[in-house]
Design a protein around this ligand. Structure first.
Ligand code: SF4
Length: 249
């Protein structure tokens, strides 16, 4: 079932697959893994396999049934380009996106190579925003170059959890950058100067910047609740969306 999301940069989540496997350091404290295990424990339908990759074809039609223009985050509990998701199934997901032009779909992956390969032989619907996770220099930054090759109308980066200073990044062809620190009891800290570096580069490149959260570690380097640390960066909330959201939604 599609559900109203508490993720700050979207409206609803739609999970046509659930489950995943860890692929890089950003996955270490995966929220979807913890949540899947909890949902399995309390017997929620769809999570019978816990965090094991599972196709949910009965959910495919959900966005088609909703008329109100909505921003969907596709697979908050999985990765659509996971190696165990058949290409034919991804094609079906893209087909739903194409046939629901009233909505916007944000597809985020850590499997940038498979996404690019898939998109070479598939039409990317105009209402699909494609993005990659960028948690560090070694695993995350190279995904940006791969994303740039994808013919999506909006290409975005989810820099969360930001684990180190990313240094210089090439933002050409990128429309939106989301930055956030990690939350949860085992969260790793995010330093304000790492955020400054990204914000400065977004400003110079004219890229929309969205600051999602500090997470468990505050701007002062102290650990407390995510809520207490809040969403303000340099005294204000930064919640820019890509310019074309109004045209698409
Ligand atoms: S790719 Fe995403 S969903 Fe999959 S294990 Fe990593 S953080 Fe979790």
């Amino acid at each position: 079932m599609a559900t109203i999301s508490r993720i700050e940069w979207t409206e609803q989540t739609w999970n046509p697959t659930v489950g995943c496997t860890k692929i890089s350091p950003g996955c270490k404290n995966c929220y979807a893994e913890t949540m899947s295990r909890r949902l399995k424990a309390i017997g929620v339908h769809g999570y019978e396999n816990g965090f094991r990759l599972t196709l949910m074809p009965e959910r495919l039609a959900e966005p088609l049934e909703r008329r109100k223009p909505t921003i969907y985050f596709v697979n908050s509990m999985s990765d659509l380009f996971h190696e165990k998701v058949p290409s034919e199934y991804i094609r079906r997901v893209f087909d739903v996106i194409k046939h629901a032009p009233q909505h916007t779909f944000q597809v985020l992956t850590k499997r940038a190579g498979r996404m690019a390969e898939f998109c070479r032989s598939a039409e990317v619907p105009a209402n699909a925003w494609l993005g990659v996770s960028v948690e560090n220099r070694k695993h995350g930054v190279p995904r940006i170059d791969v994303l740039r090759t994808v013919a999506a109308r909006v290409r975005f980066l989810s820099v969360e959890p930001l684990l180190e200073d990313l240094g210089r990044i090439d933002l050409s062809g990128i429309h939106w950058v989301i930055v956030g620190g990690e939350s949860g009891p085992k969260a790793r800290p995010m330093r304000p100067d790492w955020v400054d570096n990204i914000k400065l580069q977004c400003d110079r490149a004219g890229v929309a910047f969205f600051f999602k959260q500090w997470g468990a570690w505050g701007v002062d380097g102290h650990k407390r609740s995510k809520k207490a640390n809040g969403r303000k960066y340099r005294g204000k909330v930064w919640d820019a969306m890509p310019a074309s959201v109004a045209e698409i939604a």
